[in-house]
Design a protein around this ligand. Sequence first.
Ligand code: FAD
Ligand code: SF4
Length: 466
Amino acid sequence: MKESKPIEFNFLKDKRQEPDKFSVGERIRNSAEVYLSYSQKQAEKQAGRCLDCGNPYCEWQCPVHNYIPQWLRLVADGKMAAAADLAHLTNPLPEVCGRICPQEKLCEGACTLNDGLGAVTIGAIEQYIADTALANGWQPDMSQVKSIGRKVNIIGAGPAGLACAHTLVRHGVDVVVYDKYPEIGGLLTFGIPEFKLEKSIIKKRRQILETMGVKFCLNTEVGVDISIDEICNTADCLFLGLGVDKGKLANINGESLQNVFQALPFLVRNIYNGMGLANQPFDFTGKRVVILGAGDTAMDCNRSALRLGAAEVNCIYRQQVHDLPGSKKEIKNAIEEGIHFVWQKQAIELIGDGHITAVKLQNTAKNEQGKVYLKEGSEHSFSADVVIIAYGFDANPPDWMSHLDIALTSTGLVDTSEQKKYPFQTTNPQVFAGGDMVLGADLVVRAVAHGIAAAKGMLQYLLEKA
Ligand code: FAD
Ligand code: SF4
């Protein structure tokens, strides 16, 4: 047996090294992913920085509780197939989370070395494990899985639905996943742009899930193309992972002017064009684009607008740089690419005659309680040819939820909190739910964690009902 390499103090000689990135010019020209992959040597070296501190806070801060120190050890020892098996035990989408989790707030933020020495690059190594495995034709071992003679219908092929499907098929359940889009992934495909997560990655994952036995019924909106009764009547129970995708309005005059877009329809149309599913390209050449909002979605709009040829992209935010809510690495990428931030201002009107021409802004400040307020008499106008509103999302539960007697919270999210018997069961015992439609707009990895936990709850329910 190959001897383990001594790793205890590698972090002193090997510095934290994130994967290289394409130059800004190349990024903007070709829209592909910004980061290059590690080489095997780089991955082994970076994984070998883990000091195996004995208190894996990284693991606890990871919402799916990945076995991080163990797979870092396997990578450091070059045992990539074993690392892939272990990574998939807790996370059905390691190639996705490795790329787009805000690691500084999760695993890497909790790394013992994140104290001047530089956290282990956990996300990049997780991505490397999964990318290498998928490139080498890795498949989960399903040889011991026996059918339990039960069927689950899942609505929503986003990360919550996919994680739920993955977990259920691994336990011998028949699974059909319905989605209104023509490809799986939910916001991973129809929201997050290529420069963060290429579409080919989700297609590869689809092949694996299909080989495992998951059936996808795409281009099928439940309640429109197929009735909810049919979905209920053809399965023992249901999982809902519908997400939330109703963009919040700015609630100011001028929102219906031409060239004012809501963030998600803008991103989706751009993605449809890129995937060859539509031919309605945006041409922002020479345009002054203004993005309202500064979360992950706003950052994706900023950087997409730049890649569409905008002459300048101005991101208007009512607070300051240290208050920005999104992932730090994506904010850094946006700044590198030339996004201009306009701090401590809020849009109070969109001005134009048919087309948008300017945004009326007002300065903001914070009071002693930390509440942001508008400063009187500070109104001024800011030129704009295009405005994209990225103020977050509200729940938009379909009408058939009430037909199923599923209780909602006052903000329209699915209420799973009062359920005592099984995790993520709704007020309809046959129906479970998870992801953004329970949490509100959140993170991929938390949707994945919900999908897995709900699947475990459903398995208990199905076995007890048998
Ligand atoms: P979704 O991904 O929204 O999937 C729901 C699915 O349900 C969709 O495919 C939808 O078509 C389907 N559906 C809904 N109703 C029906 C119906 N009636 N019939 C059939 N199908 C239906 N998170 C991160 O961790 N990192 C990031 O960098 C990041 N960036 C983001 C960027 C953008 C632009 C956006 C919008 C979100 C971002 N997020 C990010 C958040 C993340 O994408 C979500 O938290 C996550 O996708 C939620 O997963 P979900 O499965 O709950 O829902
Ligand atoms: Fe870190 Fe996200 Fe991977 Fe967990 S899933 S180890 S939080 S990158």
